[in-house]
Design a protein around this ligand. Structure first.
Ligand code: G3H
Length: 541
């Protein structure tokens, strides 16, 4: 795809960036958090460039944001040892701490995190090109998630603060931690999606090794001190660098009990297979998806177009929940295409700090080349870019391309583009999109657009056993975060939501005894004199 000369007008000079978003000198991060200490790294560093290009007298160049440590196997081993020690086979200070005290630590962390909001949001914007508005929403949503997690845990704990007597057996059932959790989040929601595993893992009493995504490292730096100060030593440890170098040894040590990973199934499979005792490793995975939008004959066109534009192009289509292929009934096809392209033309492109900006530069290296390649492939099989300037590029910026008519021979029919290319498939028979969902390797969500209740009911019943969320006349999305978020096939393993996450990072454990007078007396004494953290009827208010 050719560079579109008009797009270069979007570029700013360093001084042209509004002052409140301007960056100073590049951030040289040398520190990493291990065993409650911020240790200094003196080895190789990885430079971080923004997807945002700036103009200067010497030309147009990606803004250098800073650098972070390229740690080695040795530092990874230290992080692992610290996490293993802090867990102490389940008797460490953290796993043995009362739920109330763990909640206090997380609350303290939240306070410290809030104090760093401006720094985190600004770097989130620069590092992955997310609009300032969306970066701020990501931060706020994460804080809300933490608070909701605390409430959910209180609720869960209240339900466990009692003994059950069944068939003459007295038991107390609680959720107990699993051990050492390795948390790895994705670049598109580097803060939120990492924290939706990290926080529940922590609050349930596990200890954590946290590796930020390759794109989206520096934004976590302002939070390192908060982790250090809010939690006991070794409870949170960080590693940075090449995945093979630092993650391989962590997993192959056999000491990691949970892999919490949001990314591709290819990478998650490489990681998990290195664990020497697979049954000891629980995997909590959020993986790829190719969520279809199905626009039926009875769809309300205004609603369908609005939701499909949002669904396919919010954050440049870089959401695992994005609508990544649209099936449109032939009777609406021409009108849908025309309106869809008109809407796309109205979307504002620009730099992430601009007000109302919708389309921004893409952070993945060579992403624009990949998307251009998908377009060329589709064109060679008879599709066309239907919207003005669709597919034009300017460095890391890619103007959204609406591709139609898309057919099964084209790569984009199955490949997850994870970017601003919208493939549209006209269909005559509803069997076509339904069969697509059945044949797909993915099974996260689907959106159906229909006004006829019979159509909606039929589609819902045909799809609920294929995917994990059917959205009716609405785009696909994860939220609200209290809803279960998961997928079938290659799309996920385990369910995340505020309350489900507490469950996936813990295991139900029972203390049981035959209800003899002697046993009852032992239990009474333990509870009365608060001798055990587990056997207790203390109730969190
Ligand atoms: O990338 C996947 C995210 O979990 C999507 O979240 O649907 O709320 O944007 P969202």
């Amino acid at each position: 795809m050719d560079t579109h000369s008009g797009l270069t007008a979007m570029l700013y000079t360093e001084n042209g960036v509004p002052e409140s978003y301007r960056l100073g000198q590049p951030v040289v991060q040398r520190e990493y958090l291990v065993d409650g200490e911020l240790r200094e790294w003196h080895g190789a560093l990885q430079e971080v460039f923004s997807p945002v290009y700036l103009q200067s007298e010497t030309g147009e160049a990606a803004r250098l944001l800073g650098s972070y440590p390229l740690l080695t196997e040795n530092e990874a081993a230290k992080a692992l040892n610290a996490a293993v020690r802090a867990y102490g086979n389940g008797t460490g200070a953290w796993p043995a701490m009362s739920v109330e005290d763990r909640i206090r630590c997380v609350e303290r962390f939240t306070q410290l995190m809030l104090a760093e909001k401006a720094a985190v949001v600004n770097m989130l914007m620069w590092e992955i090109g997310k609009s300032y508005r969306d970066a701020e929403l990501e931060f706020d949503r994460t804080v809300e998630y933490i608070r909701d997690t605390i409430d959910a845990l209180k609720e869960l704990d209240r339900g466990s603060a009692r003994f059950t007597i069944e068939k003459g057996i007295i038991g107390q059932i609680r959720r107990a931690p699993l051990g050492v959790v390795l948390c790895m989040g994705p670049y598109n929601y580097p803060l939120n999606e990492t924290f939706t595993t990290l926080i529940p893992a922590l609050i349930m009493g596990n200890t954590v090794i946290f590796k930020p995504p390759r794109l989206g490292v520096l934004l976590h730096r302002p939070l390192l001190k908060a982790f250090r100060d809010a939690f006991p030593h070794g409870v949170v440890n960080t590693v940075y660098g090449d995945g093979q170098t630092v993650i391989g040894p962590l997993i192959s040590s056999g000491e990691v009990n949970v892999l919490a990973f949001i990314g591709s199934s290819r990478v998650s499979n490489i990681i998990r297979r290195q664990h020497p005792r697979l049954n000891r490793l629980r995997c909590v995975l959020g993986l790829e998806a190719k969520n279809p939008g199905i626009i039926t004959e009875s769809a309300n066109l205004d609603v369908a177009v609005r939701e499909c534009v949002l669904g396919s192009l919010s954050f440049n289509g870089q959401r695992c929940t994005a609508l990544k292929i649209l099936f449109v009934h032939r009777s609406l096809y021409e009108r849908f295409l025309e309106r869809f392209c008109n809407e796309v033309t109205q979307l504002r492109s620009g730099m992430p700090w601009e007000e109302d900006v919708f389309l921004t530069p893409l952070p993945e290296p060579e992403k624009t080349d990949y998307l251009s390649e998908l377009i060329r492939d589709a064109e060679s099989h008879g599709a066309r870019v239907m919207n003005e300037a669709g597919g034009a590029t300017c460095h890391t910026f890619f103007h959204p391309a609406v591709l139609a008519p898309v057919t099964p021979e084209m790569r984009i029919y199955e490949e997850e583009q994870f970017g601003p290319v919208v493939p549209i498939v006209p269909y005559d028979n509803i069997a076509t999109p339904l069969q697509y969902v059945v044949n797909s390797h993915y099974g996260q969500q689907v959106s159906v657009f229909a006004q006829d209740a019979d159509d909606v009911a039929r589609l819902v019943d045909a799809l609920v056993n294929q995917v994990c969320r059917v959205n009716v006349n609405s785009q696909c999305q994860r939220g609200p975060d209290t809803f279960p978020f998961t997928g079938r096939k290659d799309s996920a393993e385990g369910t995340l939501s505020v309350s489900d996450a507490l469950r996936v990072f813990s295991i139900r454990t029972v203390v049981a005894t035959k209800g003899t007078d002697a046993n009852k007396e032992i239990l009474r004494e333990i509870v009365r004199e608060r001798k055990s953290a587990f056997l207790s009827t203390d109730f969190i208010l």
